[in-house]
Design a protein around this ligand. Sequence first.
Ligand code: BGC
Length: 740
Amino acid sequence: MKNRTLILSMIVLSIVGTVRAQVLPTYLDETKDIEERIEDALSRMTLDEKIAVIHAQSKFSSPGVKRLGFPDFWTDDGPHGVRPDVLWDEWEQAGQTNDSCVAFPALTCLAATWNPQMSRLYGESLAEEALYRGKNMILGPGVNIYRTPLNGRNFEYMGEDPFLASRMVVPYIQGMQSKGVAACVKHYALNNDEEYRFNVNVKVSDRALHEIYLPAFKAAVKEGGTWGIMGAYNLYKNQHNCHNHILLNKILKEDWSYNGVVVSDWGGTHDTEQAIKNGLDMEFGSWTNGLTDGASNAYDSYFLAQPYKKLIQEGRYTTKELDEKVRRVLRLFYRTTMNRQKPIGFLCSESHYNAALKIAEEGIVLLKNDHNILPIPADARILVVGENAIKMMTVGGGSSSLKVQREILPLDGMRKRFPIVDYARGYVGDTIQSYNGVKVGRSLYDLRSRETLIAEAVEKAKEVDYVVIFGGLNKSDYQDCEGHDRKDYALPYGQNELIEAVAKVNPRLIYVNISGNGVEMPWLKKVPAVVQGWFIGSESGEALARILSGDVNPSGRLPFTWYQQLNDCGAHALNTYPGTWRENEHIIDEEYKEGIYVGYRWTDKQKIKPLFAFGHGLSYTSFNIGRPVASANEITKDEQWSVVIPVTNTGRTAGAEVIQLYINDTKCSVDRPVKELKAFQKVFLQPGETREVTLTIGIDALSFYDETTRLWKAEAGEFNALIGTASDKITQQLTLKLKD
Ligand code: BGC
């Protein structure tokens, strides 16, 4: 009986299979391998259809292949929330009423969590918002290295260290793509300042390229499996990076076996033949600057549109290159628009707000806390000072600007948490009313003089127990914003004067810096507590109040070196920024003379004391780092090495410590940094609790990029494993030998 049923079901199944095969063409048959489906779809496409899918049809979309059932493909910024819709062919707001999103913290804050689980949560949550909004690709995350604190877009990136950025970018991509939304990792590569981004030709050693500027992209490709990469505006070896032979053909596609698409930055394509030959797959935003300018209905004139078709028709090119691009685009379609397993998504859910809050709380960094002045007691009388306490920071900054359903401002967060909170403006910075058509909340106009504003803050400061100044930068032009760099390292709008004046009358002063960059702090000795508050999105006020009140114990760690002064940074000490204009050419050569010595690698080498070191961050509790025990004293090239470190929370509050492992090569045929981050782990501990943290490294952690062989290489001999809780707080050292 059993056997008969089995045979019967097998017959039915095989009939269904045959019928299905007859009805469904291979390219639509989900039981078939994607590569097979791609080839089938490709063989059915006309030349026009092929040309159409490799360039935009509107500001943010490209067409699918309607005749075959491939829907339009929609991209959107990115990287901190889903950008509001603009009109089809204009930068102007579309005026939708269903495109308000949750703003997640900017990526410097995410990196500052030093917690890859937060990246995963970030990617998943953002993808769910994207799905609801009908977006198939998010233009992010950004992983350009923090080379100078003047870079207007550092806030969109993950700091100065290639290892940290790599560990943080991978789960973001995996989380996002697990929902069927493509990540588009940007801006590949060497886009490390903004001011002349369309004209900069970067000159960098192969070693610095591979050791500092490429690892996060490589991890995004090889470990994260990203489906999209965005070429950068600038040039490398005199070729624009959106069609750069070495970066795209050689490194990305050949060496790293990348099988996703290369998307141009908006307006980053310049030449049809280069775009055909040098690795570009999808052209977006030509004749626009990606932000404001843009020619209408230019799509047919895109470099990869009619001009490309003409070259094929004239016989100058076969469809070989075109088919290769289309294959990648079809692969992208199968991963996103044609992926029937992907969820529907939802917008502005409590789970997304919770994710934004959690990431913000874990990323805020307590930089200084003399005499444990923080946390602020619940019944304290508090004066909040500063424009950044009342200014929306989810708007502005360029293409990452958002339209949020809600943004809790710092003053509102403080008022919700503490009963007695007064406010003084203190300074006036940016009073713009709307950005890209999105209103900036309440009016910030205040015509009082600088002296009057400071005098008011000082008078009020005398009457309270604590003063909290929310200052910093604000995502307006030149103040952490796409398109321009900061003009100098100082705080703008007379904030230094304000801080000095308030510090004189009230010693319980807490300064909360809102920015994605370090700033000069000439008054630091006079201010007992400093918090780095980043641009943290929808839940800003809530997260900051929770940290300041001690409801949440700060656990963020700096993802970059906070220099005392600009010249403490290699790029500036060597006078390499912004570069030298070529005579009669629109090209500015910027030579990265500091080579691999970026961030702490530079300050270590030069023995410069930073204001706050890479990896630094305080807590309301204390930790004891016990004696590390290594798995071995020596390893071969194929073995891994681990170290177990007991960590104890010795204070009275639950909290988290970040155990960091740096490697120092004691002897090498090439110059090597004093130390380099190679492993880390954040560990959460209850008061009195001890946990063992295991950090593991392999040969990669001991290697450098050998410019002569163009391979990574580790030389046998002795290495030091430096263990600590910041790059300037190394408490333990072990020796490890790499055998021949
Ligand atoms: C930016 C990209 C952005 C694109 C689309 C460009 O100006 O550089 O990061 O994704 O515009 O808005």
